[in-house]
Design a protein around this ligand. Structure first.
Ligand SMILES: CC(=O)SCCNC(=O)CCNC(=O)[C@H](O)C(C)(C)COP(=O)(O)OP(=O)(O)OC[C@H]1O[C@@H](n2cnc3c(N)ncnc32)[C@H](O)[C@@H]1OP(=O)(O)O
Ligand SMILES: O=C([O-])CC(=O)C(=O)O
Length: 375
């Protein structure tokens, strides 16, 4: 079994900050599991709604339970008029993660979670609405078009692509989105999930917890890394240029987005899955240059630094091959991770104590306030 990463130092690394039954990350020999199932197994055999059901309710659904869950979600896709009006006022120059944050918060004003009995319905509504919400704003602000979010899409994966591009997506693209949403769904006490749990521990409402989590996911050290990775690789002309660029960045001690991980030591188990899909998309596309560039970056980073691709790196090329604009990459992560966040909020609520750590004080010793004329 692979040895775990040595975890110590700043950033609460290695500290157990609570309990969870939702997932294991980097446990020796196990990679990543959701409620005991290997993420690779789930990504190969399930659709996202099955995994969302597993994470939120504890067990994989039967066929009848899955059908009922998907029917429920499909019936909840409509955007409230007041939310549409808010989305229409957000400029095209806004970052879509800020649109997600505002949209989620606005929904919390319109459809407030009045009691914890409503936590599952509040979560399902967000799962159903988020893909159409971000693509409503994107199409309105960028293409001057009011889309109909009530599509015939059979799944959340299909709904995202359909509401973005305005047409039924190909089977291959839906399959890739299914896998991507599954890979991103849950990851223990990462920064955004921990944000959601801290908020939940004050007995706040679900929309506040998710809004805070979106803000934490936005940063390039976390979910924003898929966009940053795309910005890096799109500036590379071919694999040789990729090698040169990475070597230069390493010499300058630049951080290379999409590499490394706070918990995993040798690999991120999600990478192999999305890398394979990226290769399939490259072959379908006929131009494999972006994939070849990504593969060279991976090889150079491992050779030079023993740093490996995390979940984000090959998502960049995969999403790009599907014609998804770079700035919508992290919002897709939100549409998926919402499941993990909400399940953690529910878990926190079920066994709560307010999260309030202590700080080591490094400031001044006690002193008297001098008169303002003497300062
Ligand atoms: C879905 C996700 O959120 S996955 C993470 C997405 N984020 C990224 O891809 C951003 C790039 N990666 C990073 O910044 C980091 O690897 C993080 C934030 C993911 C983890 O941070 P840490 O736990 O502090 O990293 P770790 O302790 O393993 O770092 C060890 C050394 O490797 C270096 N290192 C780690 N990642 C990278 C990287 N991507 N590029 C260059 N150097 C790196 C660190 O600077 C550190 O060097 P030092 O000891 O000289 O300071
Ligand atoms: O666990 C982390 O620190 C970051 C991560 O990979 C995730 O949230 O998916």
């Amino acid at each position: 079994m692979a040895a775990g990463k040595e975890l110590s130092g700043a950033g609460l690394r290695g500290q157990v900050a609570g309990k969870t039954a939702l997932s294991t990350v980097g446990k020796s020999g196990s990679g990543l599991t959701y409620r005991g199932y290997d993420v690779k197994d789930l990504a190969a055999n399930c659709e996202f709604e099955e995994v969302a059901y597993l994470i939120l309710k504890g067990e994989l659904p039967t066929r009848a339970e899955l059908d009922a869950y998907k029917t429920k979600l499909k019936g909840m896709r409509g955007l409230p008029q007041a939310l549409k009006e808010v989305l229409e006022r957000i400029p095209a120059s806004a970052h879509p993660m800020d649109v997600m944050r505002t949209g989620c918060s606005m929904l919390g004003n319109l459809e407030t979670e009045e009691s914890f009995d409503e936590q599952q319905d509040a979560t399902d509504r967000m799962l159903a609405i988020f893909p159409g919400m971000i693509n409503y704003w994107y199409n309105f602000s960028h293409n001057d078009k009011r889309i109909d979010e009530n599509t015939d899409a059979d799944s959340i994966a299909e709904q995202f692509l359909w509401t973005l591009h305005g047409e039924k997506p190909s089977e291959l693209h839906v399959q890739v989105m299914q896998a991507s949403l599954i890979l991103y769904a849950e990851h223990e006490f990462n920064a955004s999930t921990f944000t959601a749990r801290v908020c939940a521990s004050t007995l706040s409402d679900m929309h506040s917890c998710i809004t805070g989590a979106i803000g934490s996911l936005r940063g390039p050290l976390h979910g924003g890394a898929n966009e940053a990775a795309m910005e890096l690789i799109e500036g590379m002309n071919n694999p040789e240029h990729a090698e040169e660029t990475i070597m230069g960045m390493l010499a300058r001690k630049d951080k290379i987005m999409g590499f490394g991980h706070a918990i995993y030591s040798e690999s991120d188990p999600r990478n192999a899955v999305i890398k394979e899909w990226s290769e399939k998309l490259a072959n379908e596309n006929g131009d494999t240059n972006l994939y070849d560039i990504s593969v060279r970056c991976e090889a150079v980073m491992w050779r030079e630094k023993k740093l490996f691709c995390n979940a984000d790196f090959f998502h960049a090329s995969a999403y790009n091959y599907m014609g998804i604009p770079t700035k919508l990459f992290t919002p897709i992560f939100v549409c998926s991770r919402l499941t993990g966040w909400a399940a953690h909020v529910m878990e926190q609520r079920a066994d709560n104590r307010i999260i309030r750590p202590s700080a080591e004080y490094t400031g001044e010793e006690n002193r008297a306030v001098p008169a303002i004329a003497d300062r």
